[in-house]
Each structure stands twice: as structure tokens, then as C-alpha cells.
Design a protein around this ligand. Sequence first.
Ligand code: 13P
Ligand code: SF4
Length: 308
Amino acid sequence: MLSAPTIADEILDLKKQRRAILLAHHYQEPEIQELADVVGDSLELARKAREFEGDVIAFCGVWFMAETAKVLNPNRVVVVPDRAASCSLVDACPVEPVREFRRRNPDHVVVSYINTSIEVKAESDILCTSRNAVKIVNSIPVKKPVLFLPDRNLGNYVKKQTGRENMQIWQGTCIVHATFPARRVVEAKTEHPEAKVVAHPECPESVLQLADFIGSTSALIEWCAASHAREFIVMTESGINHSLSKLAGKRFYFVANENCNCSECPYMKLNTLDKLRDCLTDLEPRVELSAEIMQRALLPLERMLAVK
Ligand code: 13P
Ligand code: SF4
């Protein structure tokens, strides 16, 4: 007797029928990552979305990432399993105060982290991700004053790395990374003295000071893969463990934050296999944006992608 198809079988069938690509961020549940065509950081996923030639992009990540995909490839249908998959950084940066800042400071270059709403992107001069933020700020003439938004910790890290004096920083934070306490990293180091510490730049400076390497999600995986060390304390969302655990002979330790006493992003974890199947069936929730906002957001995105 034939066994009933699993949800994974249904998703793979729908993917073919819909001529869809499944893009998944490293923070997604392992079963979603296993089905994905590409798993990556926000820059890699944006590039993949831009070059896709099929019909549907099923974006397993958070909404701002899917909006970015839509702007870069507007003729595709872009769906996300759960419309409520947002980001605390998006909430920390409404568009009106950004417009007000621009009115009052017309000389400033507005550099926006990709973790922003489409409206904020449209008000920005150039975008960045955690992977290229230092490079992007370095691409701006030194004399130009900069507003970096919305992540305070990434902004402070970039300011330090670039030595840029004239840089104002928005005060938004990520609820996952900003609540990692440095004392828990020290405790983990005491327990695993041989372990190297790798950290996402959204962590507070007190945590970054303890890190052997700082980078985007994919950069953290690449560094751990290339390192001779065998143990690592990983200061980011625990979904990344799915890729890390494939690195043979290496062990990874995660530290709980003070938000949930875990290291999970509650927004990323809203996406489930059931919801992924449903969004490929219904083609909803779907990203729909006006031509005007897409055109305005495309410019700072293209500027970012042009920086080598
Ligand atoms: P990455 O671009 O490093 O994958 O980061 C995205 C993110 O939301 C980190 O919290
Ligand atoms: Fe946003 Fe933080 Fe979740 Fe990343 S981990 S999507 S920055 S809330």
C-alpha cells in the first residue's frame, strides 16, 4: 500500500507546479532549511532572489527580506509563510522620524540596514547588510556626515571599524541579539576554555569585545568551517546550528539571552512547514507593493549591490 504523502512531499510537488524557488534564512526551522533551494544570509538571499527566473519566490525568512526580493525581482510572485514574521528593528524605525531627520539634515547620507520597512528603504541613500556594512560606509566620502539606522549595535561596530567620527546612530535593537549578556559568554568560556567565540554584529559591544570573529550569519559559518578550532560559542540565533552541525568534528554552544532565556527569533520561528505548504497553495500571504515605492527602494538597494 502506498503511504500518504508527507508535508515535505506536498511542498516539493507544489514547488514544481508553481515553478517556485524556496529561499530560507539560517534562522528558519531545520525542516524548512532542508527543503530550501538556497539557505543564506540576507545579502546572499537578496542576490538569489534577484537572479531567479521562475514564477514564485517562497521566502522563508522575515517580511522585510521578502519585500527586498520583490523590489529586486518585481515580476515574480513573492510569498512568505506567515505575514506576522516581522523584526524588532523594523518596528524600532518608523518612516516619519526618518523623513523628519532628512528634512532637518539634508547634508547627511542615510545608510539603512536591510532590516527596515520598504518605506524607510525608500527614504535611504544606500542600504547595507551585516555582511557588507563596513564596506558600504567606507564607500561614502569621509567628509559626508552619515546617519546609520536602525541597529545601534551594528552602527557602533561599523563606526569603530571605519573610524568614522561624523556618524549618527539610530537607537533600535534586535530583541534576540541585544539581550545576550556578556557575563553568560564569560561563563560559557569558563566551561569551554578552548572554544572560540563568534558573534553577530547586532550583539552589544560588551559581547563583541569577547569575540574572536564578528560577521553575518553566513560569514560566521564560513569562519567556523575554516577555523582549526574544534569548539565554538555562537552568539546568534540558534537556527544557524542546522548548518554548523554539518561541520564534522566540531562542537557548538549557544548562550541564552535575557529576552526569552533562549536564542530564538520569535518572528523567524513563525514560519512552519504547514504554513509553507499553504502559502505555495494559496499564493498568500503575498508581498504587494506600489510601483512608486518599489522604484524608490530599488535605487539604494542597487547602490548597495554595486559596492564591490
Ligand atoms: P544576516 O544578514 O547576517 O543573515 O542577518 C539577518 C538578521 O536578521 C540577523 O538578526
Ligand atoms: Fe530581526 Fe533580530 Fe529576528 Fe534578526 S534575529 S529578524 S534582527 S528580531
